[in-house]
Design a protein around this ligand. Sequence first.
Ligand code: ATP
Length: 304
Amino acid sequence: MESAYAIEVQGLHKSYGDFEAVKGIDLQVKVGEIFALLGPNGAGKTTTIEILEGFLTPNSGHVRVLGYDPIKHERNYKERIGIVLQETEVEEFLSVEESIRLVRSYYQDPLPLDDILAATGLTDQRRVRPRKLSGGQKRRLDVAMGLAGNPDLLFLDEPTTGFDPHARRDAWDMLRNLRELGKTVLLTSHYMDEVEHVADRAAVMIDGKIISEGTPQELAHESEPTISFSADTNLSLPAELDSHATRDGSHCELSPPNLVETLHVLTGWAIENNVQLEDLSITRRSLDDAFVQLTRSADEESED
Ligand code: ATP
């Protein structure tokens, strides 16, 4: 029976000499989902993805991708995955369509050419040579070639690094098309907004470890909410709030561990002392802030 998971990893370790790049991670990616492996430079994302692709041998750990052990290099496995590396070589003298046709010819059951062009948004560029493509279109051609063999699972290493905002949006549309085609996608990224726009779930990796995992909403909620207001008063805040407060003139921001309790204390104090809380608002930080907060806490922990 096929597993509900396209990728199952337990206790994965990988060292380069004495340096441990991946320190015992667990990962599960469901069939049909877009999963993002996020993290700063050197976190161990590419090492992990290369183990899953079968290019690197782990030191220890259990790895199953579509039910296969990638390191055994079985032909059936290669037919079922698509790989888009950070940089792909394309033949300069072949058009978009010819490049895709060439890769299709290596596979027994490739995806129809028109479906590939449509999913990657390259239908209008089908007769164009690579050097005439924009950076974003070139990257989409890389994905088109990864998709050519009709894989069940696509690995995308940093699909939008270096893109302008417009090209990133086109790439996100393409990722959504891949989901429509029923593909499972594992992508690596430095960008939280990418996760917010396209990923079903994500794991944040720092220093060889996964420090957080969940839907974009779950990850964003790991950052504390902020209460902000302006109060024209010389009165001190109650002591239990003061320790969570940052003040700038009359403007005050509170990042409390317990939102409801803090609001209760704050509004009680304001009513009792007849203080106007101007522009009172509660904001959840964006996913980007959550990422910065998560990575900062992980750095602080590793320094302790
Ligand atoms: P980036 O976002 O920059 O691509 P990453 O999260 O993909 O980073 P990796 O490329 O997996 O990180 O690298 C993890 C760590 O392992 C880094 O410190 C890197 O310098 C180190 N490393 C990677 N490949 C090798 C290698 N072949 N030999 C020695 N160290 C390596």
